[in-house]
Design a protein around this ligand. Structure first.
Ligand code: AMP
Length: 310
């Protein structure tokens, strides 16, 4: 039995809240590398009726990830974070090869944030029968547009790993960042089609002081590219006011022209969509919630961002 559980056992009559606080105040985070250990850990939490919050990540952690983790720690008895660079969601081998990996620093950050267990598996551990021998998920139309169109196979890979991790961790709640706006819709779709019992909790985008959406890939930018990168959010932010007296088309074009004018930057796509269905809108009043989703190549680094219009 872990020390904090013994303590919480002794004071359990004083109530559930105190017990939760004691569990969370331990910095004794478990580092789990195998599916077997994880299964045992999860079974123990379920036996103790501890609610499980889960934050799946690919590591190279920054304050954006930590904001999800802090929310999970606040809302659940235990929080499990996975750090796994999932090869099946990369459609570009160079992107996979250059993806930043900072395991030691990640583990330190997670321990400090009050995480109960971090799961750091190998590819073999996640896909014992090989990564490409698994089924195809029914993800619906939300997976066909934008990232789905430009990164073939990406969302199948995301669904594959998130489904596998959900099976292993069996969380009550799972936390996802709105930076990957479309990903949340795709995960919800997978959860519905697989009849999974997990609450998907969307969390707001965390930005650097200069407005750039925090991303593990930001570390791959040259100093000049990093200096110019806030231009993406500036164009998006200014376009919200512009949209109040301009058409969807004009708003779209002004964003693309402004970002394409920045050295080394090229918009891959910018779509103004119904925030629920992710289908493009032509008029502002076509949907009750309208989102602008953008992908920009800054040199070779692909950055994504999004903004709410209505
Ligand atoms: P990743 O490690 O990029 O797969 O991201 C893991 C989770 O962190 C995903 O749910 C992301 O949407 C979320 N995330 C990444 N960057 C940010 C950010 N700047 N703000 C909020 N959430 C983020």
């Amino acid at each position: 039995m872990r020390e904090e559980e013994e303590i919480s056992g002794r004071v359990s009559l004083r109530g559930f809240r105190l017990r939760q606080i004691l569990i969370k105040s331990s910095s004794d985070m478990q580092i789990i590398r195998s599916v077997g250990e994880l299964t045992d850990y999860v079974a123990k939490q379920k036996n103790n009726r501890h609610s499980i919050g889960f934050v799946p990540t690919m590591g190279a952690l920054h304050a954006g990830h930590i904001s999800l983790v802090e929310r999970a720690v606040k809302e659940n008895a235990v929080t499990v974070v996975s750090v796994f660079v999932n090869p099946t969601q990369f459609n570009n081998p160079e992107d996979l090869a250059t993806y930043p990996r900072t395991e030691e620093a990640d583990i330190r950050l997670l321990a400090k944030a009050g995480v109960s267990a971090v799961f750091v598996p190998t590819v073999k551990e996640i896909y014992p029968d090989g990564a490409h021998t698994v089924k195809t998920y029914d993800l619906g139309s939300v997976a066909e547009v934008m990232e789905g169109k430009h990164r073939p196979g990406h969302f199948q890979g995301v669904a594959q790993v998130v489904h596998r991790l959900f099976e292993l961790v069996n969380p009550d709640r799972a936390y996802f960042g709105e930076k990957d706006f479309q990903q949340i819709a795709v995960i919800r779709s997978m959860v519905a089609s697989e009849h999974l019992d997990v609450e998907i909790v969307p969390c707001p985008i965390r930005r650097a002081d200069d407005g750039l959406a925090l991303s593990s890939r930001n570390t791959l930018l040259t100093p000049d590219q990093r200096m110019r990168a806030p231009g993406i959010y500036e164009a998006l932010k200014d376009s919200v006011e512009y949209s109040l007296n301009h058409s969807v088309r004009a708003t779209h074009d002004t964003v693309v022209e402004r970002i394409d004018a920045i050295p080394e930057m090229k918009v891959e796509y910018f779509e103004i969509v119904d925030a629920r269905t992710l289908m493009p809108v032509e008029e502002w009043d076509e949907a009750s919630e309208v989102q602008g989703c953008i992908t920009v190549f800054n040199g070779k680094v692909r950055l994504i961002d999004n903004i709410r219009y209505r």
